[in-house]
Design a protein. Structure first.
Length: 208
C-alpha cells in the first residue's frame, strides 16, 4: 500500500512538473519563429449568375528582440464571375512586410501593435464593358497595381506551447490603386481611420 501511495505521488509530481514546463513554454521569446496565414474559398450561385473565389496568404514572423517581431507575407487570390452571357476573371499576387511590438510576449495572452506594407498586382479579364469612374472600358484584359500601408492592433492567446489564436483589426490605413494605369484613368487613393470593427480578422499561429 505504501508503495502504491508513493507511486501515485511520484506520478502526480511528474505530471505537475510537465504541466509547469509546458506552461512556461507558452508565449514568445527572442529568436522564436511563427507561421500563420489565411485560406478562404467561397462559391455563390443566383440563377445564371455564378461566382467562385479563393485566397491563400501564408505569413512568417521572427522575434528579433523580446518584444519586436518582423516578417513577411505572400498572397494569391482568384475570382471568377459568370452571368450566363459573359464572364470575368480576376487573379492577383501580393507580397508584404510587417513589424510588430508585443507588450507582454512571454505571457499566455498579449496585445500587439502592427505596422504593415503590402503591394499587389491584379490581372483582370472582362468579356463585357466595364465602367471605371467616368470612363467605359471595353471588354479586354488589363493589370492594376495597388500599394498600401496599414497600422493595426491585435491580440494573441496561447492554447498550448506551440499554438495560439490571433485576432486583429485595422486602425489606420492608406492605399493607392492605379486602376490599370490606362490613358485617362485616374488612380484611386483611399484613407481609412478608426478601424472597421465589423471586419475583425481571426487566425491561428504555430510557433517553432
Amino acid at each position: 500500500m505504501k508503495k502504491v501511495l508513493l507511486s501515485a505521488v511520484a506520478l502526480l509530481a511528474f505530471g505537475f512538473a510537465n504541466a509547469q514546463e509546458e506552461k512556461s513554454n507558452e508565449g514568445f521569446a527572442k529568436g522564436d519563429v511563427f507561421v500563420s496565414g489565411a485560406f478562404t474559398y467561397s462559391s455563390a450561385k443566383t440563377g445564371d449568375f455564378k461566382e467562385n473565389a479563393f485566397t491563400i496568404a501564408p505569413k512568417v514572423g521572427y522575434f528579433v528582440t523580446e518584444n519586436i517581431a518582423v516578417g513577411g507575407m505572400l498572397g494569391y487570390s482568384s475570382n471568377k464571375i459568370d452571368n450566363g452571357a459573359a464572364d470575368a476573371t480576376n487573379s492577383g499576387f501580393g507580397l508584404g512586410a510587417f513589424g510588430r511590438y508585443y507588450f507582454t510576449p512571454a505571457s499566455k495572452f498579449s496585445l500587439f501593435g502592427e505596422l504593415a506594407f503590402d503591394y499587389m498586382t491584379l490581372d483582370s479579364e472582362f468579356y463585357f464593358d466595364q465602367t471605371i469612374g467616368d470612363y467605359v472600358v471595353p471588354g479586354n484584359s488589363f493589370e492594376t497595381k495597388q500599394f498600401g500601408v496599414n497600422l493595426g492592433l491585435g491580440m494573441n492567446y496561447f492554447v498550448s506551447s506551440n499554438f495560439s489564436l490571433e485576432a486583429g483589426v485595422g486602425v489606420l490605413g492608406y492605399s493607392s490603386n492605379d486602376n490599370g494605369g490606362g490613358s485617362g484613368v485616374d488612380s484611386t487613393n483611399t484613407f481609412n481611420f478608426g478601424g472597421d470593427w465589423t471586419a475583425v480578422t481571426f487566425g491561428v499561429n504555430y510557433k517553432f
